[in-house]
Design a protein around this ligand. Structure first.
Ligand code: SAM
Length: 286
C-alpha cells in the first residue's frame, strides 16, 4: 500500500477540507507540515522495529506516520473526537499503529502500554506541556526517552543551569528525572497554523536513578517549589512557603551551610537535596 506523505502543506489542507476539520486553538492544534522535522523526531527517539512508542496528540497522523515508518509499534492517544475518523483513514493502513481516543492526562498509561519499556514522541499541545511531561515522569513509567516538540522558551527552561534567568522549578524537576538536551529548533513556518513563537525538539533521557540522593522526594519538591515561588526573595524568606517556621529554616540552613541570603535560582540540585534532607531529618526527630 502506498501512503502519501502527510507532512506537507497541500496534503494537510486537503485532509482538513475533505473531513471538514476546523483546527482547534483550544486543543493546541498546530500540525506539522515538514517531513524532515518528523523524521528527525523519530530518529532522536531511537526508534526501530520492535521498539514501542507512545505518541501524544497524533492530530491527523503527521508524526504518527513517520514513527510508524521506522517499524516501531505506535500507540497514539488523541483527545479530539473529530480526528478519530481522520486517523482511521490516514494511518489506519499501518498495522503497527493503534489509536486510542482519550485525554492523555486521564489515560491509564500502564494499562494502555502494558509491560515493558517504551519511548514517548510527541508534538505536544502547548497549553499542557508541563503537566504532560511532569505527569509522565512523576508516575515513574518504564520510559527510556521522551522526545517532544515544545515552545523553544520551555525547552530552554528545561535545560537551564543554576544562576541563569531560565532556571526554575521546571529545570530542577526535569533534570532530577532525566538528562535533557535540545536537539534542534523549529520555525513557525513548519506548522499549520504557524504558532506565534519558535519551537524546539527536546530529548529527555530518563535516568535510572536520580543524580542526587533524596531521603523523601515529596520534601525535595516542596523545597524546590517554595524556593522559586517568589524569585526575588532570599532563601530565608522563600522557604517559609514550605510551612516551616523561621527557627526550623535557620537550623536547616546552618546544617547545610547554605547562606540564607542566597536566592533559590542559584542553588544546584545537590543543594536542594541537602536542604530537603535536612528538613526531613528534623521532621523525623520531632
Ligand atoms: N501530532 C500532530 C502533528 O505533529 O502535526 C498534531 C500535534 S498538535 C500540536 C497537538 C495534538 O494534541 C492535537 O491533535 C490535539 O487535539 C491533541 N491534544 C490536545 N490535548 C490533548 C490531550 N489532553 N490528550 C490527548 N491529545 C490532546
Amino acid at each position: 500500500m502506498i501512503h502519501p506523505v502527510i507532512a506537507k502543506k497541500d496534503v494537510t489542507l486537503h485532509i482538513l477540507k475533505r473531513f471538514g476539520i476546523h483546527m482547534s486553538k483550544k486543543l493546541g492544534q498546530n500540525f506539522l507540515i515538514d517531513r524532515t522535522v518528523v523524521d528527525r523526531i523519530a530518529k532522536a527517539a531511537g526508534l526501530e522495529e520492535g521498539k514501542r512508542v507512545l505518541e501524544i496528540g497524533p492530530g491527523i497522523g503527521t508524526l504518527t506516520q513517520g514513527l510508524a515508518e521506522t517499524g516501531a509499534d505506535v500507540t497514539a492517544v488523541e483527545i479530539d473526537t473529530n480526528l478519530i475518523p481522520v486517523l482511521a483513514e490516514t494511518v489506519g493502513g499501518y498495522e503497527n499503529v493503534r489509536v486510542h481516543h482519550g485525554d492523555i492526562l486521564r489515560t491509564n498509561i500502564p494499562e494502555l502500554m502494558g509491560e515493558g519499556t517504551f519511548s514517548v514522541a510527541a508534538n505536544l499541545p502547548y497549553y499542557i506541556t508541563t503537566p504532560i511531561i511532569m505527569g509522565l515522569l512523576e508516575a515513574r513509567l518504564p520510559i527510556d526517552v521522551l522526545v517532544t516538540m515544545v515552545q523553544k522558551e520551555v525547552a530552554e527552561r528545561m535545560v537551564a543551569r543554576p544562576g541563569t534567568k531560565d532556571y526554575g522549578a521546571l529545570s530542577v524537576s526535569v533534570q532530577y528525572f532525566t538528562e535533557p538536551d535540545i536537539m534542534f529548533t523549529v520555525p513557525p513556518r513548519s506548522f499549520i497554523p504557524a504558532p506565534a513563537v519558535d519551537s524546539a525538539v527536546i530529548r529527555c533521557r530518563v535516568r535510572e536513578n536520580p543524580p542526587v540522593q533524596v531521603t523523601e522526594e515529596k520534601m525535595f519538591f516542596r523545597v524546590v517549589k517554595a524556593s522559586f515561588a517568589q524569585r526575588r526573595k532570599t532563601l530565608s524568606n522563600s522557604l517559609k512557603v514550605t510551612g516551616y517556621g523561621a527557627d526550623v529554616i535557620k537550623e536547616v540552613l546552618a546544617m547545610t551551610g547554605i547562606d540564607g541570603q542566597r536566592r533559590g535560582e542559584t542553588l544546584s540540585l545537590q543543594e536542594f537535596a541537602d536542604l530537603a534532607n535536612a528538613f526531613t531529618k528534623l521532621k523525623n526527630e520531632q
